[in-house]
Design a protein around this ligand. Structure first.
Ligand code: GLU
Length: 277
């Protein structure tokens, strides 16, 4: 990569107030973008209509600035994309779904969560994730039009038994066994919105992101996303995962931990230059 062509992103989800862990990861992303003389994008991942709130969007813009973050493209500063809010980019995700549909790497699925849970041979991966039992993999569906097709769930048909490996910029060699660690994952939800995996890949491609910096809780998602890049015929970005901050009991910080929120730290006069990375 030519120095200066680096494009990184901050991708917060406004379902609560950001905490110290987010700030630490985002500051690492900012540092990496700056050290490469590159650009940083802010993309608000607000697809979940029930859980994302506009008050949290306002708060996150404010809290990020307080934490010492600034971005070259995105809310408040603009850029070449019509919107940096995922809720306004549905058309783009539909196009990506359509491309996957054309490549037959995805299939519609009308199993309910309960069906998946009850399926006799649905084992859990070590991480506790339910492995989709494959019920709808070869089931014929007949859709009148695109709208009806988009009103069911769609899953990615994973190559069970294959190992997906990648070199993480922070953790080094990582590998996941498809079918054991994760199964056919959701790419589209019947309520008309793409899954996290699809939306992130569609946006990272469109926004020409060259390195994804995010929390280590998404390491396995990277393996899923690499399958999506392959299916779409696009070279994936580099990945750099950051350790999560844990509380005194070893639990990772969550948005519900009010004491660790940037809001709260700011209110008690915490010095933001101590946030990291
Ligand atoms: N929006 C996701 C989150 O807040 C992060 C997505 C990503 O970095 O790929 O957990």
């Amino acid at each position: 990569m030519i120095e200066g062509d680096y494009r990184g992103r901050l991708a917060p989800t406004p379902t609560g107030y950001l905490h110290r862990g987010h700030a630490r990861t985002f500051l690492t992303a900012q540092e990496r973008a700056r050290s490469h003389g590159g650009k940083l994008i802010l993309r608000v991942e607000d697809l979940d209509r029930d859980r994302c709130k506009s008050e949290f969007v306002d708060a996150l813009l404010d809290d990020l600035s307080w934490a010492g973050l600034s971005w070259d493209e995105g809310p408040d500063v603009g850029g070449p994309f019509q919107s940096y809010y995922q809720s306004e980019r549905l058309e783009h995700y539909r196009e990506t779904w359509d491309r996957l549909r054309g490549s037959e790497t995805v299939f519609p699925c009308d199993c309910s969560r309960k069906d998946v849970r009850l399926a006799a041979q649905a084992p859990h991966s070590e991480g506790g994730e339910l492995i989709y039992p494959g019920v709808c993999r070869d089931k014929p569906f007949d859709f009148e039009d695109e709208e009806t097709a988009l009103a069911v769930n769609w899953r990615f048909r994973v190559p069970a038994g294959e190992t997906i490996s990648f070199e993480d910029g922070n953790y080094g060699h990582k590998e996941f066994l498809v079918g054991r660690d994760f199964g056919d994952f959701l790419i589209w939800r019947k309520d008309g919105i793409p899954s996290y995996e699809l939306a992130v890949v569609a946006d990272d491609i469109a926004m020409r992101v060259t390195e994804v910096v995010r929390g280590e809780d998404l390491l396995m998602s990277t393996a899923r996303q690499l399958l999506l890049y392959e299916a779409l015929g696009v070279k994936p970005p580099a990945f750099y995962h950051c350790p999560l901050i844990r509380d005194n009991d070893g639990r990772r910080l969550a948005k519900r931990d009010k004491a660790a929120s940037l809001r709260e730290l700011r209110q008690v006069g915490f010095d933001s230059s101590l946030l990291g990375p």
